[in-house]
Write a protein that binds this ligand. Structure first.
Ligand code: RP5
Length: 169
């Protein structure tokens, strides 16, 4: 099945989402990966509306060179869990408060409450930025350059909090 996707050369992370309506949230994951110099690919893959495509995507992810998959979905958010059931790559799930979400809990619980043996590393509601940082951390376990960038990132975070203290009225 043909599908339109954007791929950077040597993509290590796959960012997928159930609908292009998820993109405004999911793009934060791509922004982080760009900050860390990690190549990624982006695609819309719907568990419910394109199940064959989802199977194809997840089934070929490792052989195509991906190391981590970030999957975002809203409402009855089955994409991350179903992808995790097909691939042995780590899957990070991003619950999204979408047009078909009641209040976001539906997406959170659909992604979080996986059966034993098929984990999805679930980040906060709309937490795509943390998904990107977590993907970088996974890659950083065997890539010293990424690990160094993560260290510098944490130093910056620390600085910002110290600045908050300095600027308290
Ligand atoms: C989910 O349904 C998608 O991940 C999206 O969050 C939500 C709404 O999809 P659209 O109706 O905007 O295509 O499967």
């Amino acid at each position: 099945m043909a599908f339109k996707k954007k791929t950077q050369a040597g993509a290590k992370v796959g960012i997928i989402m159930g609908s292009s309506s998820d993109l405004s949230v999911m793009q934060a994951a791509g922004e982080v990966l760009t900050e860390f110099g990690i190549a990624f690919e982006t695609a819309v893959v719907s568990a419910h509306r394109t199940p064959e495509l989802m199977m194809q995507y997840a089934g070929t992810a490792r052989s195509r060179g991906l190391d981590v998959i970030i999957a975002g979905a809203g409402g009855a958010a089955h994409l991350p869990g179903m992808v995790a059931s097909v691939t042995t790559l780590p899957v990070i799930g991003v619950p999204i408060k979408s047009s078909n979400s009641i209040d976001g809990w539906d997406s959170v619980l659909s992604i979080l409450q996986m059966p034993a043996g098929i984990p999805v590393a679930t980040v906060a509601l709309n937490g795509a930025r943390n998904a990107g940082v977590l993907a970088a951390s996974i890659l950083g376990t065997r890539d010293a350059k990424i690990a160094k960038k993560l260290e510098a990132y944490k130093v910056e975070l620390k600085k910002k909090v110290l600045e908050m203290n300095a600027n308290l009225p």
